[in-house]
Design a protein around this ligand. Sequence first.
Ligand code: 7RM
Length: 650
Amino acid sequence: MAAPEQAIEALLLEHRVFPPTEEFRARAHVTDTGVYERARRDPEAYWAEWARELEWFEPWSQVLEWRPPHAKWFVGGKLNAAYNCLDRHLKGPRRNKAALIWEGEPGDERVYTYWDLHREVSRFANVLKSLGVRRGDRVAIYLPMIPEAAIAMLACARIGAVHSVVFGGFSAESLRDRILDAEARVLVTADGGFRRGRPVALKEAADVALRETPTIRHVVVVKRGGGLDVPVRMMEGRDHWYHDLMAEASAQCPAEAMDAEDLLYILYTSGTTGRPKGIVHTTGGYMTQVHATTKWVFDLHEEDLYWCTADVGWVTGHSYIVYGPLSCGASVLMYEGAPDWPDRGRFWRLIEKYGVTIFYTAPTAIRAFMRWGTDWPARFDLSTLRLLGSVGEPINPEAWVWYHEHIGHGRCPIVDTWWQTETGAIMITPLPGVVPTKPGSATIPFPGIQAEVLNNEGQKVRSGFLAIPAPWPSMLRTIWGDDERYRQTYWSKWPDIYFPGDGAKIDDDGDFWLLGRVDDVLNVAGHRIGTMEVESALVDHPAVAEAAVVGRADELKGQAIAAFVTVKEGVEPTDTLRKELRQHVAEKIGAIARPDDILFAADLPKTRSGKIMRRLLRDIAEGRALGDTTTLADPAVVARLKSEYEEKEG
Ligand code: 7RM
């Protein structure tokens, strides 16, 4: 992708409009724009109607209690998320329908019907109980993309325990910090998983974390199987094999009646400080909005086979692999590994083999497919596809059009869905049967959701910051253990209006164009990484005195990580050190945070009050002319850096 300004211009030059086709409209759930008006007139009645599509043990007495910045939805209502994903489908014809069709990277397969999944989840719920897990206790989950990840999440939900899933690509230290912050009692992990043909040793990483996590009493270890061979050390009394515990466990486990506002999960996400935030989601509102958006945005029908390529470790996996599709009674495809293993046709082969009808992926993946060439998808039968989705970052119009032509064969609508870990569910998106789409625009808010573009003063403008002026059912409720940070981060920019941290424009038709983060959060290949997290990891290395990290535009990943590092006196800034620092960051945070560029700098450009001028560093990393440097304490620093960077690149 080009530098931000150019990318934005390219976006706004994009005028193509793709109205829904008659063929698609003929069987779409929503074909009439009246739903928008209906939801606008009475949002609470509209959301209550959605909530009634779930099964409640006890009804709510009030739809919304809004005491800014805290919302309660479906006050007093009682329900269970796992019951809504499993039990209620057992009563009718979905009982023996495939809930989860899973394929591992080596090609091993497993299929769970709704009945199977219900049994496995109930068993594991009993396992958790036998290990002392009670309502409200936190359970950390650190697993590869295997069915046990969904089983463990749903088992927690079944007994009212709060899961905290940690992406399997995160390091031991990241896992440790998340376990400690949530004070998790139990950890569910695996011997390992596969990624690009290589085993990833998860238990080994977990063991490092477990040296410093006194709250963890028990560890459950899944044997991945499928020919995986990684050595595992089991600590007597603490560590247990999943299959041993499951063999003993009863498949009868009643679903706890949870309050609508009881916690369903905590999910950590990067912010503007070095410490990730534990985003708190509750049960009733979250389930209502993930259910509604799954059904309408993906136009989900009984016979669909739905595939979301995200990892369950991210919010997209939580809402659109597990809770949303299963609450709708869908058949979900889950795939463990990489798109280019054993070759670059893997995704298309999966679509052909299983007959995928709905495919939801990220722009960074689409750009990789583009680079790999049209021959790969052209070799496979993709004719079952009827809808495509995109999420995680702005999609550039070229990638959108390529996706439309070469994957959707001009036939499938594309839903570009804007949302966040914090919003829990999709917020801005087309409804594919009614909303004309434009390459690069996420179009309009989902019915019942409001969005605006505001300036710093809170006035409506055409170009500024995205703002959500009204509470929504799946909104985060707080940051775990830090309500003050919740208020500060999201609710202090404007009074009683949510600030998501994204820049946005609104066009003449009222369509939204999301333009990326406006804070110190990077979006690298659709993964959120805080610049401060990477800086802390760098400064943690004994050779480093100071570090400043910025995002630079990258054609494939959207953004790449550029680090400016000053070393301590007496340290030689060598290539070896550069490698060591990149490795150090990978060990501290995870491979996704490994800097792409490291520039050793004698000084960093600072204002007279000592603030690092990131804007200038971005200019340097993206090869632009230097902006205003007059506020710098020492303007010579930045000029020197710029020529050094160019030398290194050249
Ligand atoms: C679902 C997810 C959230 C951030 C968000 C945006 C960016 C996500 C889109 C998008 C433009 C989109 N959760 N983002 N979707 N930007 N168009 N369709 O990604 O918490 O990991 O990231 O991602 O900047 O604030 S997340």
